[in-house]
Design a protein around this ligand. Structure first.
Ligand code: HEC
Length: 131
């Protein structure tokens, strides 16, 4: 009915009619959880866990730089999230305190970051149950 009126009234109330069309609901931009990583567009680099770890993460985690939990040292990891991997992996993707998101390499894909974190944990906890 409203549309019909718009057509009839024509030029007079065109602003109102246009507004209606402007407000056509657009699918809401996928709401990104604040824990989510950078937009996928930035993530292009696919690396295996070992490669990603060695190229991106090792510089800090091999030696424990800036307080980074050292790979291979279970004690350094023991105080970390009790929710364990899901949270740790989110931190790896989005950053956490002195830990830069994706180890400071935004083009690294989420999958590669998680693979690298898994690799790190598998060295630290060789006996941990497999996922
Ligand atoms: C520039 C140095 C640096 C690089 C590179 C880096 N990290 Fe870290 N990372 C840190 C520091 C520092 C912390 C400790 C953060 C804190 O607790 O303050 C940390 C913590 C973490 C944690 C534990 C987070 C938590 O919730 O306790 C994970 C998991 C992690 N890093 C994974 C990675 C992965 C995977 C990579 C490579 C993709 C990586 N890091 C690269 C410095 C780095």
């Amino acid at each position: 009915m409203y549309r019909f009126l718009c057509m009839v009234v024509g030029g007079l109330s065109i602003a109102g009619c246009m507004q209606e069309s402007v407000e056509t609901p657009v699918a809401p931009a996928t709401e990104t959880d604040s824990n989510m990583a950078a937009p996928p567009a930035a993530a292009q680099l696919e690396l295996s866990g070992v490669d990603a770890y060695q190229q991106v993460c090792a510089s800090c985690h091999e030696k424990g730089l800036n307080g980074a939990p050292k790979t291979g040292d279970p004690k350094a990891w023991s105080g970390r999230s009790t929710q364990w991997e899901a949270v740790l992996f989110n931190h790896a993707k989005s950053g956490y305190m002195d830990m830069p998101a994706k180890g400071g390499k935004p083009e690294l894909s989420d999958r590669s970051v998680v693979a690298a974190a898994e690799y790190m944990l598998s060295i630290t906890y060789p006996d941990r149950p497999a996922n």
